[in-house]
Design a protein around this ligand. Structure first.
Ligand SMILES: Cc1cc2nc3c(=O)[nH]c(=O)nc-3n(C[C@H](O)[C@H](O)[C@H](O)COP(=O)(O)OP(=O)(O)OC[C@H]3O[C@@H](n4cnc5c(N)ncnc54)[C@H](O)[C@@H]3O)c2cc1C
Length: 444
């Protein structure tokens, strides 16, 4: 268990970093010092909320996006107060850029409030490494200076590494203008593919989009509902994956017979998802990631209804073609000739496309992270990948586990970096609970 600490450095000022700072600064402790380090020009944006496109809306309704675990209506009230939504409109899926504004204002308010106390320091600089010292930690910055504190919390989020091979990231430098009628390929059929489609539309692109993933599945739409009430005792914990999946399918069937939408069952399970994950043996976790996650994701991580309507219209009109299969060969000439093997027929199909976008997901093997602060911790044995290599190995208290298996009292992590331990920790409703717990643990 981590001891009491007064000075805390948060590395990464995206949503997780800002939400953690806000929770820490709720403490009345006059000796508290929070330093938030962010390499981008703006805090609270990160990869998810830096988009300026109004069609890129949140995939969680405003009612679920408050930064505060103990004040779930905070974001919704913020929208209402600024006339950005009306009560009749609920559920509202606000543009993600608006959410960045909310987090930015929240931090501005904290900065003003803490000006006299000096409890908050914001640093716009890249952090290169963190080194434990006798009394705490030293964080080296790209400008050659360093900052010290009792402990550091890593909130560096998603790996921004540019895509591999011939595929490029949408919005990256390589994403230059395209002839509007050219055909493009998107690797992935999930929410990032949907983002890419909306961006292409915004740019006036009219050509066909071939979207390829192993199963070719599109995320489902949200629908207004009421999650069913479950008790932890109802849930089979620690079973084999097949038993759990069977139980969950039966639960959905029973509820559907009673006229309840499957979404209300999926959402009813949500408070227990981390517990379910943590109780599974590693074999079940591995099987889930390999075989079940794609199905789970399209039911659990849903689209705003208006976005779903636009995407399905494009699928029905043939503008987007969803292909279940895998890319087995790419020949680059004038554009690309891509060979895809169909999942169902095993037949090969060839597509000539002008560009290939990588929307295949943001989870990479953490030991090959492009983020120097993460990689240097792993390289020096101060951190290690979790058994599935989808994040850093951390304890249930967010302490980073070193190569020798010891949990650190000085190095901690929050947000998507901790998905190996918490699994369901990408979205704000989970991140804010994690940040509230960690603040309490660190400051009492
Ligand atoms: C496209 C997309 C849409 C999403 N939409 C939603 C949604 O609608 N609702 C929802 O609840 N969740 C959504 N999510 C989930 C999302 O993961 C979380 O909501 C949240 O953005 C995670 O924030 P983070 O700060 O942990 O990570 P990130 O957003 O990745 O931010 C990490 C920050 O750390 C900074 N950083 C990294 N390394 C360093 C370094 N070495 N030095 C200094 N700074 C550094 C980065 O510049 C960045 O600002 C979405 C995710 C994506 C990718």
């Amino acid at each position: 268990m981590t001891g009491r600490a007064n000075s805390i450095i948060i590395v990464g000022g995206g949503a997780s970093g800002v939400v953690l700072a806000a929770h820490l600064l709720k403490s009345p402790n006059p000796d508290l010092r929070v330093t938030l380090i962010e390499k981008r020009p703006h805090f609270g944006q990160g990869i998810a909320y830096s988009t300026l496109l109004s069609a890129h809306v949140l995939n969680v309704s405003a009612a679920g996006m408050s930064a505060y675990a103990d004040d779930p209506g905070n974001f919704w009230r913020w929208l209402l107060e600024r006339g950005l939504a009306t009560p009749e409109q609920a559920p509202v899926y606000a543009p993600r850029g608006v959410y960045a504004r909310y987090l930015g204002e929240l931090l501005d308010d904290l900065e003003v409030r803490e000006q006299a106390t000096g409890r908050l320091r914001l640093i716009r600089e890249e952090s290169l490494s963190i080194t434990p010292t006798a009394s705490g930690v030293e964080v080296a910055l790209a400008n050659g200076t360093s900052v010290v504190a009792h402990l550091a919390v890593l909130a560096t989020g998603h790996d921004e590494e540019s895509a591999q091979g011939h595929a490029i990231r949408m919005g990256s430098e390589a994403d230059t203008a395209l002839p509007p009628d050219s055909r493009v390929m998107v690797l992935g059929t999930g929410l990032s593919m949907v983002d890419a489609f909306l961006s292409l539309e915004q740019r006036g692109h009219r050509g066909d989009i071939i979207a390829v993933s192993r199963r070719g599945l599109l995320p489902s739409p949200h629908r207004k509902g009421n999650p069913i009430k479950l008790d932890v005792a109802d849930i089979p914990l620690g079973t084999q994956l097949s038993y759990f999946v069977g139980w969950f399918r039966d639960l959905i069937r029973e509820n559907q017979k009673a006229g309840i939408d499957w979404r209300d069952v999926v959402d009813g399970l949500r408070p227990f998802n981390q517990k379910i994950w943590q109780n599974w043996p590693s074999s079940a976790k591995r099987r889930f990631v390999e075989h079940t996650k794609a199905w789970w994701d399209i039911h659990r991580h849903r689209m705003a209804p208006e976005v779903y309507a636009r995407v399905t219209e494009a699928v029905q009109s043939g503008r987007i073609r969803l292909v279940a299969g895998r890319v087995v060969g790419i020949i680059a000439a004038d554009g690309f000739t891509v060979e895809v093997q169909s999942r169902h027929t095993q037949r090969l199909e060839t597509f000539d496309v002008a560009r290939i976008y990588d929307c295949s997901g943001i989870v990479r093997d953490i030991s090959t992270s492009s983020n120097s602060v993460v990689r240097s911790l792993v390289d020096r044995g101060l951190a290690r990948p979790d058994p599935l290599r989808i994040g850093l190995d951390v304890s249930a208290n967010c302490e980073i586990i070193a190569g020798d298996g010891s949990a650190s009292a000085k190095l901690l992590a929050v947000g998507p970096l901790t998905r190996g331990t918490f699994f369901e920790i990408d979205a704000i409703p989970d991140i804010r609970v994690q940040c509230a717990r960690l603040s309490k643990q660190l400051l009492g």
